[in-house]
Design a protein. Structure first.
Length: 342
């Protein structure tokens, strides 16, 4: 491969490495999955989800107007396929349970979501823990995410997701991959309390949520498999590519100027790739202007050297959110989890 970066920008690729990996339930744990708070993962409160749109077309009109205001193209046909009216209807008609939650993490009350099938099940259901992107309130979980969660719930999964500490409705401060990783890890005892099949727990993360996924795996999150979409793997290189990210680091990472090297090193996925023992599906847009695809390719090369089990898919000319390949990405995600179901 003479120029791998030019190649992945020019074509859709799928690199599949199928190698033995450590069982998800024999992972070495680098940090307790439950924190020092005896009530870690305890469900403090739950409320029915607020659904801001009365019908599907009203939601589409909102999305269309938002794209127009930003001067961004909107592929409505692809959007309708990836987030169909049927999923919208399930949230409205009650066939899917959707709850806004508050749970305990490091002694803090943290906001999140719980979405699950309404129908009774004969055996404990599998679960997906979803990690959102952004920081603080930017990138908060919104209605479009609930549509995705409803689709997964329709396929039999319980979905748990955190807004992370430091966002509206949550106590504490966002650390962009610091102590807030416990907000992800503490969803595991919450899942257990909800009767989830703990032999079949999976994780997915988008953008910064991809970093949170990698860090959760680093600290021993007991998942069968994970999916990362547009996730950064080297925050120092990310700041060189997008200098404005340095200000985000300064605002969120404690004592950043003095501890800069430490913070960037502990969050550098390439340095702890050897601890990523769950089979990984990595999806990335070849024209991603937020997190360049070079970051995904660098991790793939490192995982290949380490003989880890993973699959890399780069979508030619697609963006950070895989706008042109939403349906394919969603199908791959569920198929990946089904492949690793016990």
């Amino acid at each position: 491969m003479d120029n791998p970066i030019r190649w992945i920008r020019a074509a859709l690729i799928s690199l599949v490495i199928a190698l033995p990996s450590t069982s998800a339930h024999e992972l070495p744990v680098g940090r307790d999955v439950t924190d020092s708070d005896a009530n870690a993962g305890h469900l403090v409160d739950r409320r029915p989800c607020e659904l801001p749109f009365d019908h599907y077309e009203a939601w589409l009109a909102f999305i269309r107007e938002r794209h127009n205001a930003r001067g961004e193209p909107f592929d409505e046909a692809s959007f309708r396929v990836a987030r169909p009216e049927a999923s919208f209807a399930r949230l409205r008609d009650g066939s899917i349970e959707c709850w806004e939650t508050t749970y305990r993490s490091d002694g803090l009350n943290v906001a999140g979501y719980l979405v699950r099938p309404h129908r009774a099940v004969e055996r404990p259901p599998p679960a997906i823990i979803y990690n959102r992107g952004g920081n603080r309130n930017y990138g908060r979980l919104v209605f479009a995410d609930l549509i995705d969660f409803a689709d997964w719930a329709q396929q039999g999964f319980v979905v748990l997701a955190s807004q992370y500490r430091g966002s509206t409705g949550s106590e504490g401060s966002d650390e962009f991959g610091g102590a807030d990783v416990n907000d992800v890890l503490n969803l595991f005892p919450l899942a257990r309390s909800l009767g989830v099949d703990m032999r079949n727990v999976f994780m997915a993360g988008f953008s910064r949520g991809g970093l949170m996924t990698y860090l959760a795996l680093k600290y021993g999150a007991p998942v069968n498999a994970a999916v990362v979409i547009g996730g950064p793997t080297d925050l120092a290189l990310q700041a060189e590519y997008r200098p404005e990210m340095l200000q985000v680091y300064r605002e969120l990472m404690p004592d950043f100027e003095r501890r800069r090297r430490e913070h960037l090193r502990t969050r550098r996925v390439l340095d702890f790739a050897g601890q990523l023992d769950a089979p990984l599906l990595i999806l990335h847009g070849g024209a991603d202007k937020r997190v360049p695809p070079e970051q995904a390719l660098a991790l793939a090369q490192r995982l290949l050297q380490l003989r880890k089990s993973f699959e890399l898919v780069v979508y030619a000319d697609d963006d950070h959110g895989l706008s042109s390949n939403l349906e394919d990405g969603r199908k791959r995600l569920v198929a990946w989890f089904r492949r690793h179901m016990k």
